[in-house]
Design a protein. Structure first.
Length: 492
């Protein structure tokens, strides 16, 4: 993926000597250029398709290089504890709703309510992230998320829980996430700087997927032996760890990012910035489709467990653990890569949709289970490639708003996709529901890939001869093709 015109117009990354405290005076970033500068040309779109993101600023580093930074170590340690609790609550929440209602559609409604606030208010969360100190925002949001877990634990352990309580808890958690997600995404660059940003993003994903291996397994045991309430309780208490880590950080060692003062038009400015930079808008469009229709695993896995294989919560936890194992491998592989190519993002999306289609038609339990790990690996590759590419190509003063848009389309589409695919799953069966998600993901990847190729002056070449690359994009003939060929040469 090319850094493109957006990255070239951004200020130079801050050095490791630049520091900031939470109480630093907010200033207007004078180096931010007007949205749309030098964007939209065929050459820029071609560079997007072929040039590694962060090519000049991101040399190949060790798999765990970001962990040498104390502040990031504290952050990562706290997150692995709270992420474990989060996965325990997700399993408990989905299974509790299914137990109370017997409906995959109800699970879809729960998922939709959790992500609805991101769809409605996600962009405003980015404005707040750019305006306030991110560490202080995270202290507030992590505390609030812990309280929602404790509230559900109290209702469930007392035997008073009803499905509307779970709906309300999911919606409140989603409201907090509106600010928490872009704040966490943008805070990574303040902890590690631009040089280690891609590695830290990949390690964050590895952290999340490691917790996904542990959380569902523990949740399965707890739910089977004692009920869902104990999983909610553990999640509520787990937020003590990230709060402690944030309080222990040395604010003088955070990289300086000027905060944006309050002014009119900040939301429109962020949208215009993304619209004028093709290296930002196309990854966001693609992950929007994948997130809306391809990532509805709570619906499909509960339905396959309950209706196809006639199993219990332990099997549901196993399915989640297998996906997590594949995702963890994908995150660690991503941490070793020096850059991101948009062609990798499109290719991974095509493979992801194909694997979902194959899994939907799997004839038996173990074939279905075996496919979940590669689905997790490819899905994580999509997420990390798009996330790190967008962050590295964005002006730091715009990063909160851009990442809020990224998270809004990736997670905010769930309120639209989850109820629809939940209904399809209920009416036509789990296999048809899963198949529909895979087909839509493949179609979106193919469409975005073709649009990018056309904008970049490329054409599809198919060569079935032995020893040749069978499918490839090559420059078109003529002036546009010559320009495209020059742009693609450094990435060849």
């Amino acid at each position: 993926m090319s850094t493109g015109s957006g990255a070239h117009s951004a200020p130079a990354p801050n050095s490791h000597d630049d520091t900031v405290t939470d109480d630093a005076t907010a200033t207007t970033p004078g180096s931010t250029k007007a949205p749309g500068a030098a964007a939209g040309t065929a050459a820029a779109a071609t560079a997007t398709a072929g040039t590694p993101a962060g090519h000049a600023a991101t040399p190949r580093t060790g798999m765990f290089s970001s962990l040498r930074i104390r502040n990031y170590r504290l952050f990562a340690t706290g997150q692995v504890v709270s992420n474990t609790g989060t996965w325990m609550q997700r399993i408990a929440q989905d299974w509790l709703v299914l137990s109370l209602t017997g409906s995959s559609g109800a699970v879809g409604i729960t998922t939709a309510l959790q992500f609805l606030p991101m769809l409605l208010f996600g962009l405003y969360g980015g404005v707040l992230t750019d305006r306030f100190a991110k560490r202080k925002l995270l202290l507030c949001t992590q505390s609030a998320m812990g309280l929602t877990g404790l509230a559900l634990a109290g209702l469930t352990l007392s035997g008073q829980v009803q499905v509307w309580h779970v709906y309300a808890g999911a919606f409140l958690l989603g409201l907090v996430t509106v600010v928490d997600n872009p704040a966490r995404q943008a805070f990574v660059s303040e902890m590690v700087g631009q040089r280690d940003l891609r590695n830290a993003v990949s390690l964050n994903s590895a952290n999340f997927q490691s917790a996904r291996l542990i959380g569902p397994a523990v949740a399965g045991v707890l739910i089977t032996a004692f009920g869902s309430g104990w999983a909610f309780l553990f999640n509520g208490l787990s937020f003590v760890a990230p709060i402690t880590g944030l309080l222990m950080m040395r604010t003088a060692e955070l990289h300086k990012v000027d905060r944006v003062p309050r002014s009119k038009g900040q939301l429109r400015e962020g949208l215009a910035y993304v619209r004028q930079h093709p290296e930002l808008i196309w990854p966001i469009v693609l992950v929007g489709f994948i997130g809306t229709f391809g990532f509805n695993f709570p619906i499909w896995l509960t339905a396959f467990t309950y209706k196809v294989f006639h199993a219990g919560a332990g099997t549901y936890a196993l399915f989640n653990g297998l996906m997590a194992a594949g995702s963890l491998i994908g995150a660690l592989l991503a941490a070793r890569r020096a850059g991101s190519r948009l062609r990798m993002l499109v290719g991974a999306a095509l493979v992801f949709g194909l694997l979902e289609c194959v899994a939907a038609l799997a004839p038996g339990f173990w074939v279905f289970a075996a496919l979940l790990a590669p689905i997790g690996l490819v899905g994580l590759t999509i997420n990390v490639t798009a996330n790190s590419s967008v962050q590295m190509a964005t002006d730091p003063a715009m990063r909160g708003r851009v990442m809020s848009l990224f998270m809004m389309v990736f997670m905010g589409g769930t309120p639209l996709g989850a109820p629809l695919l939940g209904w399809v799953t209920d009416v036509y069966g789990p296999r048809v529901g899963f198949l529909a998600g895979g087909v839509i993901s493949m179609a979106a990847a193919g469409l975005v890939g073709l649009v990018l190729a056309r904008a970049g002056g490329l054409r599809l070449k198919i060569d079935l001869r032995r020893g040749r690359q069978h499918v490839a994009f090559v420059p078109r003939m003529g002036a546009a093709g010559e320009a495209a060929e020059k742009e693609l040469a450094p990435a060849a």
